[in-house]
Write a protein that binds this ligand. Sequence first.
Ligand code: CTP
Length: 440
Amino acid sequence: MRVTVGVSGGIAAYKAAELVRALQRQALEVHVVMTESACKFVQPLTFAALTGHRVITGLWDDATDGYDAYDSSIEHIGEAQWAEALVIAPATANIVAKFAHGIADDFLTTMYLATQAPVLVAPAMNVNMWEHPATLANLEILRQRGVRVVEPGTGDLACGMVGTGRMAEPDAIADAVLNALGRRHDLAGEIVLVTAGGTREALDPVRYLGNRSSGKMGYALADAAQSRGAKVILISGPSALHPPTHCEVVKVTTAAEMRSAVLDRMTDATLVIKAAAVADYRPVNFSDRKLKRTGPLTLELAPTEDILAEVARQRRPGQLIIGFAAETENRMENGRAKLLSKGADAIVVNDVSGDGVGIDADLNAATFLTASTAIELPEMPKRKLADRILDEILTLRRPRSLVVELDHQLDSELDQKTSQEQVLSQSVSPASARRQLIVE
Ligand code: CTP
């Protein structure tokens, strides 16, 4: 989606660069328009470098500097049609007044009149200017007209005074833009830990036991979660893929390394998604010299730790734990058994027996399995499936405050009401038994 950031002349103009980055992090394409006075605070080149587009600084600019934004001879109309949202940050008292009264004497004010896209203003000014009846009246006119005002904060102002007038934080302005665009931003505030790719267990300096996992599903989940507003920690086995920009990436090789990376970082996470294909066995002996071909060879293997089960055991209240299951037969029975034995809130069951779907493929189909539901997610590109999986995960999310409050109380109730045998015989996980109690 496309956003035009209008920068007017205030000391907060430098913060518009952070806003541009915040919008880009949400995969939005950004153009920048600057007023003449904004150019006294920040160089247009800053924004040109950030956006890769020419920055429009006046009604009569020529478009010969290599940063052509679009092919239109009437630029303000072209830009007004291009933008799906126009956000002015910082918005000075002057620009607010011009917008309110329809004065169109430069590019930005002309574009404001010409656009039908949602308009947002993030005012920044001295406290007396902010509180002046003229400014308040102008903002009221804009609000009545449907312009969204991203309220300024209170604190030390650039002019040395203390009061209201500080431009809202770039992330808050970006959130308001996403809302105005109707973009889903339903994972804002979540910290999502995703594991991806396969692990490798070395036999000797050149050989390892591994699997065909490419990491595509995990990387798609990381990308989807991030574009829906989550902070993402991606713990990845070796993969040729580029991780989504801005997520924290921890590269690991073995199952043991993945385990310690996950356990180290899981306390921060509100949601853990274990899409990695973790090795189930590691060689008991590692040869520090290359193994020679001397005839038949028998490898002795030892099981690795089950990271998912360990994470579920160590979960803190409110944390959601989602596992994957790669199956070639009896998908549902095996998936349900894994849901129980690992204690996850849900298992995404993949059929990995076919070609072109599942492991190392671009397409995938899955069943999202919880204790009480089995939702079929038909074949689709992994990035799309990632969004569908996140949709289903969100239906499991309850207000966290409620969970924290009830968790103590429920632990003791759970002990009394639901013995482990009952949980098993009713085919419900402890997590869902807990949920059931909340519903009750
Ligand atoms: N998993 C894990 N640690 C392991 C093995 C698997 O955390 N040592 C996790 C995977 O990341 C996945 C889930 O457990 O989320 C199921 O993985 P899968 O390979 O399907 O099942 P396994 O537990 O390995 O059981 P099996 O191979 O016998 O089917």
